[in-house]
Design a protein around this ligand. Structure first.
Ligand code: SAH
Ligand code: SF4
Length: 404
């Protein structure tokens, strides 16, 4: 048996790759070639690096270097087009990564820097858009170069939901990922690798197709902050997905929110609020004991928003628990004065979850109270509930139920 230690190239930055190639006695421009092959070409094996001398590739392989792309262990396709990937890393651990075609259009966040009016026009409010209108929109967006350009019917506009940890330690009462507990952090390469593996599988050309990323899969990104931020920089600077098309969601790790505000390259920020009072939030999100709503909101008031940027509050509605009109009014008082919007998510059910999904009328009433008070509020459409791909359902579930 080989005792060779493996080192993964995916996740290494320009600076780290420059040191690496120089240690092999190679000119520093080889780092750029590696970056290009890893993140732009998205090659999955060292043999594909035709831009490097064969001898150098061999040296890398002999020294235990490999790329580190995760393998697709399983794949579930929803009736709504959502695909839940179970991706396996080299140590056998796996996470979920979700592909949501035609924009998140649902619960994941607003997923766009284009402005909400355009976004609504493109997705949620016009689900009945005709095929002809869709084809027309696509043909306007994809120049036909005559050089193997895509057929108009497989043009991509999609959101990828990315995991940041295997499992999660935060223990929210309504989330199936919490039931896994925390297995381990993901490395920067493993976070980037999820995106690259899905882009490869979906054959996406990031220069022509509009891809949003939401860091809302398994895990709490701000409890794996450095790896998460390194992944963001690599995705933005090397893989070609602008940070303005990324959104990260946190359960409210207050000191990291402050750090995040200082980052020169960063996604938009979403905060999972889920309850308007300390007492109620502590019951469903025990992390509130450590980082209270008061501290959280105070930090958000100081958060340096960019021009036209807004914060997002996510609020999972649990029937009879946090979905009453009085809760909506408390929420209004809490977020008033912040440049923010609220995304309402009716609970995505799971067999082990001790909560029920509220009726649509209750959700609408809750939303109305916010809107009447001048707070933009959206109801997120669940995506891929039938395959356990929706928010809070990521727990490697392989026995699927059909929901009505
Ligand atoms: N850990 C981070 C990011 C992942 S969770 C966070 O909590 O923000 C992404 C979103 O899913 C969060 O807003 C969370 O509140 C929501 N969520 C969790 N469980 C859910 C469920 N069962 N139904 C609907 N949304 C859920
Ligand atoms: Fe972790 Fe987010 Fe689920 Fe809470 S909602 S347990 S923070 S993944």
């Amino acid at each position: 048996m080989s005792t060779l230690q493996h080192t993964e190239l995916l996740g290494l930055s320009n600076q780290q790759l420059t040191e690496l190639v120089e240690n092999f006695g190679q000119p520093s421009y080889r780092a750029r070639q590696l970056l290009d092959g890893l993140y732009r070409q998205r090659w999955s094996a060292l043999e594909q690096f035709s831009n490097l001398p064969k001898t150098f590739r061999q040296q890398l392989a002999d020294s235990g270097y490999r790329l580190g792309l995760p393998e697709i262990e399983q794949k579930f396709v929803s009736l709504d087009g959502t695909v839940r990937y179970l991706l396996r890393f080299s140590d056998g651990q796996s996470v979920e990564t979700v592909w949501m075609p035609e924009g998140d259009g649902g619960e994941a966040g607003d997923g766009s820097e284009v402005g909400d009016a355009e976004l609504r026009d493109l997705e949620g409010c016009h689900p009945e858009r005709s095929e002809a209108a869709l084809a027309d929109e696509r043909s306007r967006r994809v120049p036909n170069t005559g050089t193997g350009a895509r057929e108009s019917n497989d043009w991509h506009r999609a959101t990828i939901c990315v995991s940041s940890q295997v499992g999660c330690a935060v223990d929210c009462a309504f989330c199936m990922t919490a039931l896994l507990g925390l297995k381990r952090n993901l490395s920067a390469g493993e976070i980037v690798g999820q995106v690259l593996a899905v882009l490869n599988h979906q054959q996406v050309d990031v220069d022509r197709e509009r891809i949003n990323l939401v860091f809302m899969g398994q895990g709490e990104p701000f409890l794996n902050y450095d790896n998460f931020m390194q992944a963001v920089r690599l995705l933005a600077e090397e893989a070609g997905i602008p940070a303005s098309r990324m959104t990260v969601s946190t359960s409210g790790i207050v000191p990291r929110i402050a750090d995040f505000g200082q980052e020169p390259v960063r996604p938009k920020l979403a905060v999972s609020l889920n309850a308007p009072s300390e007492e109620l939030r502590t019951q469903i999100m025990p992390i509130t004991k450590k980082w209270t709503i008061a501290k959280l909101v105070a930090t958000l008031r100081d958060f340096p928003l960019r021009q036209r940027e807004r914060l997002t509050f996510e609020y999972v509605l649990l029937s009879g628990v946090n979905d009453q009109s009085a809760h909506a009014r408390e929420l209004v008082d809490l977020v008033r004065g912040l440049r923010a919007k609220v995304n309402l998510i009716a609970l995505n059910p799971g067999p082990e979850l001790p909560f029920a999904t509220p009726q649509a009328a209750r959700v609408a009433e809750f939303q109305n109270i916010l809107i009447k008070a001048g707070i933009p509020a959206y109801v997120r459409r669940p995506r891929g509930r039938d395959i356990y791909a929706a928010c809070g359902q990521l727990k490697h579930t392989t026995e699927l139920i059909q929901l009505s």
